[in-house]
Design a protein around this ligand. Structure first.
Ligand code: AVJ
Length: 292
C-alpha cells in the first residue's frame, strides 16, 4: 500500500497507459465486452444486493457494470472501499453525476474494517469485487488466507468477483514489469523517495537498479532494487543501514496463476467457482465465486 502516494498513483496511471503493461487493458476488455454476462451472473435470481468493491480507485472498470445494472433496474447499492480518502470523496461526488440514480456509499479505510461497517449498514446479499489482480500482490499463502478472510465476512450465497492475471509467455509478463520508458523502475524508486520525504531519509536513488524477475515455474513475478555500491543510508531515528554492493531490496510480488490454481484457491476458501470471463488473448480472468 505504500507504493500509492500521490506520485505512486500518477506513476501507476502512466504505467496503465504504457504499451507493455497489459493487465489493465485485458480487464477493461472483459468488463466492456462481457458486461451483460457478468451482470447477469451477479444479479442471479434478482434479490437486492450490496456491490462492495475492495480498492475501487477511479472505478473505471466497475462503471461498466454499474451502468448496465442501472439500465436493468437492478436493486443494488454500490459501496466502494478505498484506503485513499481522496479516492472516496472523488467517487462520492462524481459517480452520482455520471450515473444518475446510483446509490453510493463510499467507505474510506482498510478492507476488513470497512467490510464489517458495510454489514452493519445493511443486511443485504453481498457481491464483493476485488479487481486488477491485486490478489497477486500477496504471496500465495497470504493470498489464500486473504480469500478465507473475505469468506469469513460473507454468508452462503454471497459472491466474489475476482480479477486475476494468468500465467502466459514469460517474456510478456517480464516486459510488463520492465517497460522501456522506465515507468516501473520509477514506480519502485518512488518508494525510496517516499521514505526520504516522509521519514527524513537519504536514499540516493541513482545508486539502486531496478531488477524485475519472472519465474514461469512458480508464476512469481518479483521486483527488486539492487544496490550499485557499498553505501550507507540513514532513516530518521534509526541506526544507519549498510548496503553492500549487489545487495537486494525485495520490493513487490505480482503473482500469476493458472485457471486451475484459481479454482483450487476458491475451493480451499469455501467458495464454489461458477464462471470465468476471459479477454480475447486469455491473459486475464475475472472469476465469479459463490460462498458455500
Ligand atoms: C495494481 C497491484 C495489480 O502488480 O501488476 C504494476 C502493480 N506493480 N507494476 C501489479 C504494479 C508494478 C500492479 N497491481
Amino acid at each position: 500500500m505504500y507504493f500509492y502516494d500521490a506520485n505512486g498513483d500518477k506513476l501507476f496511471q502512466d504505467l496503465m497507459n504504457c504499451e507493455e503493461y497489459y493487465p489493465t487493458n485485458c480487464e477493461l476488455e472483459i468488463f466492456s465486452e462481457k458486461t451483460a454476462d457478468i451482470c447477469n451472473a451477479i444479479i442471479g435470481s434478482g434479490d437486492p444486493f450490496d456491490l462492495i468493491e475492495l480498492g475501487a480507485g477511479d472505478a473505471t472498470k466497475s462503471t461498466y457494470l454499474l451502468k448496465y445494472l442501472l439500465e436493468q433496474k437492478a436493486d443494488f447499492n454500490y459501496l466502494p472501499i478505498d484506503i485513499s480518502s481522496n479516492v472516496i470523496s472523488y467517487l462520492n461526488i462524481t459517480l452520482p453525476v455520471t450515473l444518475p440514480g446510483l446509490n453510493i456509499t463510499g467507505l474510506n479505510g482498510e478492507y476488513f474494517d470497512m467490510l464489517k461497517k458495510a454489514s452493519s449498514i445493511s443486511g443485504r446479499r453481498k457481491v464483493i469485487m476485488f479487481l486488477g489482480s491485486n490478489i497477486g500482490n500477496m504471496p500465495v499463502d497470504a493470498a489464500e488466507q486473504f480469500c478465507m478472510d473475505v469468506r469469513n465476512h460473507l454468508s452462503p450465497g454471497d459472491m466474489l468477483l475476482i480479477g486475476v492475471d494468468l500465467k502466459k509467455n514469460p517474456k510478456t509478463v517480464l516486459a510488463a514489469y520492465n517497460d522501456k520508458e522506465g515507468i516501473t523502475k520509477r514506480f519502485n524508486l518512488n518508494l525510496l523517495e517516499r521514505i526520504n520525504r516522509e521519514l527524513n531519509a537519504n536514499f540516493d536513488v541513482n545508486q539502486f537498479e531496478h531488477y524485475p524477475t519472472y519465474d514461469p515455474e512458480t508464476g512469481a513475478c518479483k521486483s527488486y532494487l539492487i544496490s550499485k555500491a557499498d553505501q550507507d543510508v540513514r532513516i530518521n531515528g534509526m541506526e544507519t543501514i549498510h548496503f553492500v554492493k549487489d545487495e537486494y531490496i525485495f520490493m513487490e510480488i505480482s503473482q500469476k496463476f493458472t485457471v486451475q490454481q484459481i479454482d483450487q484457491m476458491a475451493i480451499k476458501a469455501s467458495f464454489k467457482p461458477i464462471a470465468h470471463f476471459f479477454d480475447s488473448k486469455h491473459w486475464f480472468t475475472d472469476a465469479i465465486w459463490v460462498a458455500q
